[in-house]
Design a protein around this ligand. Structure first.
Ligand code: GDP
Ligand code: GDP
Length: 435
């Protein structure tokens, strides 16, 4: 189940400010590493151990004032259809506007949880000003100041009360789940059809627990997995297909529900900002990743083209570059099966458990050869390492002074884990802890 929180509201009420606040701890980490600027309108957040994706719908509205209103109405409709929880933001300084009333009308018709957030309540004096928003008929009003963060804790408590406890999220089925994501027209449906063929005997539609995910059972040539499909659903709401916001919502859902994400690109376009966003979202969600460069048949190439392409992609997705990249032509049936094999290999890497004895034998040697630099004359001694339980690889290294271990050293250790144990396509985490 995907936990998606959509922030809706008219322009300038403070949606992106709240978005930044809810996602800030993570943003800093990402921005440090990647040189690319991305327009980030969706991002993972976490509150009391529960993870969810926040979407700033304002980021998807482009254009002049008159198309604003139409676009905002569309977004509210989509948010009602797709999000798990909706935050409706209004501005205590301007009070209720006509557009606010219109949005409230739409939101009153949904049974999904809607929270009215009165923003810019920067000091207690303004608290009672927000009482006018009770007229929306949408229940309790949350007074917040996105600028200072005050009131956001109560809001988040309410929002995450709709999400399951982390340990309750356990798998209902143990087959690996794979999803193909990518921009429109890159060839996702063509690949799905090529993989499943027309032989309906091998295809079973398993209706998911919610109507949003269809999982198709693939079992051929010694590989078995569930293909998490959104294409079929896209057809149902044809009207929405061209709206970027809508396809992003779909992608996030499919992605959160999968173990391995196949990110498909069109060789003619290369990797673009939107693809990089999806890549980072998959990375942060600790999903296995395979990049597929499709329509390779349409590219003029010599013996260096593939290498150059690969280098360009890796530059853009850095620092996590240990990711398989496959060049396919779905129409010419080139390397299609390689995609399946690679996705399964990535899944094996993701679920792999390194025996503690082997881990220590290799990694303590690696660390001894290049120990963490001493700080203020204090030596850091790493005593032992262990893989922690979890759905994706996590390693703890126990030492005397974990607070002195800096990021470059953590990255060195991560790279050595990759060199020695093969975690291709899988985000891994390295922690240093007090012995
Ligand atoms: P959006 O268009 O809804 O995404 O709104 P923005 O997040 O871009 O904010 C619009 C303006 O309101 C900006 O100038 C923000 O600095 C300001 N703003 C946002 N939150 C607050 C707040 O809590 N208090 C005050 N005083 N200003 C805020
Ligand atoms: P989707 O929107 O990502 O599902 O893309 P589709 O599977 O609908 O493909 C979009 C278009 O690209 C269709 O006309 C396909 O026939 C074409 N297409 C898909 N794969 C390839 C390929 O490998 N090579 C070429 N030349 N065209 C392709």
């Amino acid at each position: 189940m995907a936990n998606i929180v959509a922030i809706v509201g008219r322009p300038n009420v403070g949606k992106s400010t709240l978005f930044n606040r809810l996602t800030e701890s993570r943003k800093a980490i990402v921005d440090d590493f990647s040189g690319v600027t991305r327009d980030r309108h969706y991002e993972m957040a976490e509150w009391i151990g529960k993870k969810f994706t926040v979407i700033d719908t304002g980021g998807f509205v482009h254009g002049s004032d008159d198309i604003f209103e139409e676009a905002i109405r569309d977004q509210v409709h989509i948010a009602i259809e797709e999000a798990s929880v909706i935050i409706f933001m209004v501005d205590v300084k301007t009070g209720t506007t006509d557009l606010d009333d219109e949005i409230a009308d739409l939101l009153r018709r949904t049974s999904k949880p809607v929270y009215v957030v009165a923003n810019k309540v920067d000091h207690a004096k303004l608290h009672h000003d927000s009482s006018e928003f009770y007229a929306f008929g949408l229940g309790e009003i949350f007074n917040v100041s996105s600028a200072t963060g005050s009131g956001t804790g109560e809001l988040l408590d309410a929002v995450v009360s709709h999400f399951p406890e982390p340990e309750e999220e356990e798998e209902e089925d143990y087959l690996p789940k794979v999803t193909i994501v990518g921009r429109p027209n890159v060839g996702k449906s063509s690949l799905t059809n090529a993989l499943l063929g027309t032989d309906r005997n091998i295809v079973t539609d398993i209706a998911g627990t919610t109507r949003d995910t269809i999982k198709i059972h693939y079992n051929q040539f010694g590989h078995e997995f569930l293909l998490v499909d959104t294409a079929g659903l896209r057809r149902k709401s044809k009207v929405n297909e061209d709206i970027e916001f809508y396809s992003v919502m779909r992608t996030i859902r499919a992605l959160e529900d999968s173990d391995v994400v196949v990110l498909m690109l069109d060789a003619n376009d290369g990797i673009e900002a939107q693809d990089i966003n999806i890549f980072h979202l998959a990375e942060k969600n600790k999903k296995g990743i395979v990049i597929v460069v499709n329509k390779w048949d349409t590219i003029e190439k010599d013996n260096k083209t593939m290498k150059e392409f690969e280098a360009r992609i890796k530059e853009k997705i850095a620092p996590f570059t240990d990711v398989p990249i496959i060049f396919t032509s779905v129409t010419e049936k080139q390397r299609i099966f390689k995609v399946v094999e690679t996705a399964m290999e990535v899944h094996r890497n993701k679920t792999k458990k390194i025996p503690t004895s082997k881990l220590n034998e290799v990694m303590l040697g690696v660390i001894e050869n290049y120990p963490p630099p001493a700080i203020k004359g204090k030596y850091i001694k790493v005593k032992y390492a262990t893989q922690l339980p979890g759905k994706a690889p996590m390693f703890a290294f126990f030492c005397n002074l974990p607070q002195y271990i800096k990021d470059p050293y953590k990255r060195y250790v991560e790279n050595k884990l990759r060199d020695n144990f093969d975690f291709t396509g899988v985000p891994i985490q390295v922690y240093f802890r007090q012995k």
